[in-house]
Design a protein around this ligand. Structure first.
Ligand code: UDX
Length: 451
C-alpha cells in the first residue's frame, strides 16, 4: 500500500521504516529542515537501535523515501500516519497544535480520499476534533477523509522491535473500510511476513499479536490508560523502596516476590529516580487534565505524579547526608539519558539532578554512552567524557543515574583508585551492595540495606 508518514521523530521514523520493512511503499515528510538535511546526508536525527539498518535497507530497496514537500507526501499516500509531537503545555494539557497544522496541510493538499491515522499520543476525543478540522480546512477542496486512531506502544531503545513484534495492535475506527485498510497495513506484521532486522537470523516464535478493533475514543483512551498504569506501578515501587529504607527490608526481594503473582507481573516495579522520558510524564499529566475536563478527579494518578516529582529531592537528601557539604565537591554523574539504550534526555531525572547540584555549588563531571551531545546543549559548562574512568577521576562522590549495562561492567577496583573518596550513590540499584562493600566503597542505593 502507498503510505505517507508525517513526522520524523522516534515514532515517525520507526513507523515509516518498519512499514517499509513490512513491504509497503512509504514516503516520510517533516517540516523541520534540519531533520530533513540530517536524513538526506544519511544521518539520523534520533538514536534508536536497529533504526539506521532498517532505514538504509528499505531506502536501498526503494520502499522508503523522504521528502521536504509535505504536499507531495499527502498526495502520495492512500493512508497517512500522523506522527508529530504532542508535548505538554504549561498547564499539563497536551499541546495539539502540530496535529492541527498537519490537518490543515492534509486538507489543502489532498486530491483523493484519504485515511488519516493518528499515531501520536492524543487525549480521547482528539480524533473527533481532527475529523472536524479536516472537513473545515478541506471545504470546497473536494477532499474526503476518514479518520482512525492507531496509538503507538513503542518503548524508546526498543522501538523497532516493539513495532515489528507488538504484543497488540489497537485500531479505533468509524468505518468498516478503515478497519479493512488497517488490517491490510498490518497484515505482514500480524503474519510475520518479513525478514526481521532485529532478531537475526530468525525471530524467536513470538505469539501472534492481537489486532483489537474499537472506537476512536476508546483507542485514544487505551494509550493514556496503559502508560499511566505503568507510571502507577513505578511510583508504587518507589514508595515501597522508601519504606524498605526505613524498615531495613530489601525492595528488590519484595518486588520480585510480588511479580511472581501473574496478576501483578514483574515489569515496571524497579525502584529508581522515577519515570522520565518524552512519554510517561506528559501522558500522566495529559490524562489527569483530560479526566478533570470530564469532571473526574484522578487522585490516584496525581499521587503517582507527586511521588515521581519527589524522587530528585529524596536522592539529593541522600547525597547531602553522605557529603554533608555539597558546595565545591566534585561529583561524577554516570548516566544522562532518561533510561539506557537511548540518547533522549527529555524529562530525564539526571538532567534535573545536575541542575540542582550545580545550584548548590558542586563541580559536576558527566558521562553517558549516547546522551552527551544533547546534554551539552543544556549544560555547556560541565566536564564531559564518554569514559567513566576519566569521569570518576578525583571525585568526592559518584552517582549512578541511568542503568547503562556499560556501568555495571566497569572495573570498580580501578574506579575506587581513581576517586578521592570511595563514595557511590546508586539511584538505579544497578550494582550489588555486598560486592561494593568488599571493594571498600561507601555504597548507598534505594530500598536496599546500606553497606
Ligand atoms: C513508554 C511506554 O513503555 C511505551 O509503551 C510508550 O509507547 C511510550 O512510553 P518509554 O517512555 O520509552 O516507553 O520508556 P519506558 O521504558 O516505558 O520507561 C519509562 C520510564 O520509567 C523511564 O524513565 C524508566 O527509567 C522508568 N522505569 C521503568 C522505572 O523507573 N522503573 C521501572 O521498573 C521501569
Amino acid at each position: 500500500m502507498q503510505i505517507s508518514v508525517i513526522g520524523y521523530g522516534y515514532v515517525g521514523l520507526v513507523t515509516g521504516g518498519c512499514l517499509a520493512e513490512a513491504g509497503h511503499q512509504v514516503l516520510c515528510t517533516d517540516n523541520d529542515p534540519a531533520r530533513i538535511a540530517t536524513l538526506e546526508a544519511g544521518g539520523l536525527p534520533v538514536y534508536e537501535p536497529h533504526l539506521d539498518a532498517v532505514l538504509a535497507a528499505t531506502r536501498h530497496r526503494g520502499h522508503l523515501r523522504f521528502t521536504g514537500d509535505s504536499g507531495e507526501a499527502v498526495r502520495a499516500g492512500q493512508a497517512i500516519f500522523i506522527c508529530v509531537g504532542t508535548p505538554s503545555k504549561q498547564d499539563g494539557e497536551a499541546d495539539l497544535s502540530a496535529i492541527d497544522n498537519v490537518a490543515r496541510v492534509i486538507a489543502t493538499e489532498a486530491r483523493m480520499p484519504k485515511l488519516v491515522i493518528e499515531k501520536s499520543t492524543v487525549p480521547a476525543q482528539t480524533g473527533q476534533q481532527l475529523k472536524r478540522a479536516l472537513q473545515v480546512y478541506g471545504r470546497n477542496k473536494g477532499g474526503s477523509f476518514r479518520v482512525a486512531s492507531n496509538p503507538e506502544f513503542l518503548r524508546e531503545g526498543r522501538g523497532v522491535e516493539d513495532f515489528l513484534h507488538p504484543h497488540r495492535i489497537i485500531v479505533g475506527v468509524e468505518e468498516e473500510s478503515s478497519e479493512r485498510q488497517l488490517r491490510d497495513i498490518y497484515h505482514p506484521i500480524l503474519e510475520r511476513q518479513f525478514q526481521c532486522p532485529v532478531h537475526q537470523p530468525d525471530c524467536p516464535p513470538s505469539e501472534r499479536p492481537e489486532l483489537l478493533v474499537t472506537t476512536m475514543n476508546s483507542a485514544e483512551l487505551i494509550k493514556h490508560a496503559s502508560n499511566s498504569f505503568l507510571a502507577l506501578k513505578i511510583s508504587y515501587a518507589n514508595v515501597l523502596a522508601d519504606l524498605c529504607d526505613r524498615l531495613g527490608a530489601n525492595v528488590e526481594e519484595v518486588t520480585r516476590a510480588m511479580g511472581l503473582d501473574p496478576r501483578i507481573g514483574p515489569q515496571f516495579l524497579r525502584a529508581g529516580l522515577g519515570f522520565g522520558g518524552s512519554c510517561l510524564p506528559k501522558d500522566v499529566q495529559a490524562f489527569i487534565r483530560l479526566a478533570e475536563s470530564a469532571g473526574v478527579d484522578f487522585g490516584i494518578l496525581k499521587e503517582a505524579e507527586r511521588v515521581n516529582k519527589r524522587r530528585i529531592d529524596q536522592f539529593l537528601e541522600k547525597i547531602r547526608r553522605s557529603l554533608w557539604v555539597i558546595r565545591d565537591k566534585q561529583v561524577a554523574v554516570l548516566g544522562l539519558a532518561f533510561k539506557p539504550n537511548t540518547d533522549d534526555i527529555r524529562f530525564a531525572p539526571a538532567i534535573e539532578l545536575i541542575g540542582r547540584l550545580l545550584a548548590q555549588g558542586a563541580r559536576v563531571r558527566a558521562c553517558d554512552p549516547q546522551a552527551i551531545d544533547k546534554t551539552k546543549a543544556i549544560y555547556p559548562q560541565l566536564f564531559y567524557s564518554p569514559d567513566p574512568y576519566e569521569t570518576a577521576r578525583d571525585a568526592d562522590a559518584l552517582l549512578i543515574t541511568t542503568e547503562w549495562q556499560e556501568f555495571r561492567d566497569l572495573d570498580w577496583q580501578r574506579m575506587r583508585a581513581l576517586m578521592t573518596r570511595p563514595l557511590v550513590l546508586d539511584a538505579r540499584n544497578l550494582l550489588d551492595p555486598a560486592a561494593m562493600q568488599t571493594l571498600g566503597f561507601e555504597y548507598h542505593s534505594l530500598g536496599r540495606p546500606d553497606t
